[in-house]
Write a protein that binds this ligand. Structure first.
Ligand code: ATP
Ligand code: MG
Length: 255
């Protein structure tokens, strides 16, 4: 919760219906969800259950068909276009499932883009972009274009672009989906660092090794939240309470 106890994200009965060639797809069928300020939530569920649709709504890239989305205490439907654009650019970082890098821009320019939109000076932009690319191990590919990169490398550039502006809310759609375990862990530790610095994170992942870093896991099925568990938090509480370490010490003492 933020200082006044309001969740940073609140969904009340959110629905999303897509219409294509006489077919109606109910991608979200009444989602209720509260996410506290600074919380790290992972989202899981089978293919097609609505995970990416949910993130698009949270990131103000799409609007619900019904229900309401309250962001920082303000109904998203009351935001005008300029306010939506400002929040997307300044407060929200987005890692897309399909990366969404711009093909005609170099790696450097792709990561720089959100800072350019903010009107940040060139020297500061350069410093920040270099830092972000170093964090994901991609500084040596700065002048490449997306088509010259592997899938995992494109994903790491997309992560750099999402974190370069130090967002308050990070929405990540399978951010480790194309990465080997070393690069996957590196991206996860970046997300954890953002989280420690106070960011709210919503991450879609199928990988339990990464989901366990979250405070809470939400399971979606056919556009509904079917289960919420606080596994990650329970584990961390144990460690923080000293129980796990003490227990280990005692065990070691008896050997
Ligand atoms: N723009 C669109 N037009 C029509 N149908 C759509 C659109 N976007 C998503 N859908 C449909 O909505 C449902 C939910 O899609 P979504 O992309 O949210 O699933 P997902 O949980 O992210 O799946 P995956 O794990 O495969 O990425 C699917 O049945 C999909 O076909
Ligand atoms: Mg998806």
């Amino acid at each position: 919760m933020s200082a006044n106890g309001t969740p940073v994200i609140r969904l009340e009965g959110v629905t999303k219906v897509f219409f294509t060639d006489e077919v109606e797809t109910h991608a979200l069928a009444g989602v209720h969800l509260d996410i506290r300020n600074g919380e790290f939530v992972s989202i899981a569920g089978p293919s097609g259950c609505g995970k990416s649709t949910l993130l698009s709504i949270l990131g103000l890239l799409d609007s619900p068909s019904g229900g309401s989305y309250i962001l920082n205490g303000k109904p998203a439907q009351n935001l005008n276009l300029a306010e939506r654009a400002r929040i997307r650019n300044r407060e929200i970082g987005f890692i897309f499932q399909s990366f969404n890098l711009i093909g005609d821009l170099s790696v450097f320019e792709n990561v720089e883009l959100p800072l350019t939109y903010r009107g940040m000076g060139a020297a500061e932009r350069k410093k920040r972009v270099q830092e972000a690319l170093e964090r994901v191990g991609m500084a040596h590919r700065m002048r490449h274009f997306p088509s010259q990169l592997s899938g995992g490398q494109q994903q790491r550039v997309a992560v750099a672009r999402a974190i370069v502006g130090q967002p308050l809310i990070l929405l990540a759609d399978e951010p480790t989906g194309n990465l080997d375990s070393v690069n996957g862990e590196a991206v996860m530790s970046l997300l954890q660092e953002l989280h420690r610095n106070g960011a709210t994170i919503c991450m879609v992942t199928h990988d339990p090794r990464f989901a366990r870093h979250a405070d809470r896991t939400i399971r979606l099925f056919d556009g509904h939240v079917v289960e919420e568990e606080e596994a990650g938090r329970a584990e961390r509480d144990l460690v923080e309470s000293g129980f796990v370490a003490e227990h280990g010490d005692r065990q070691r003492g008896t050997v």
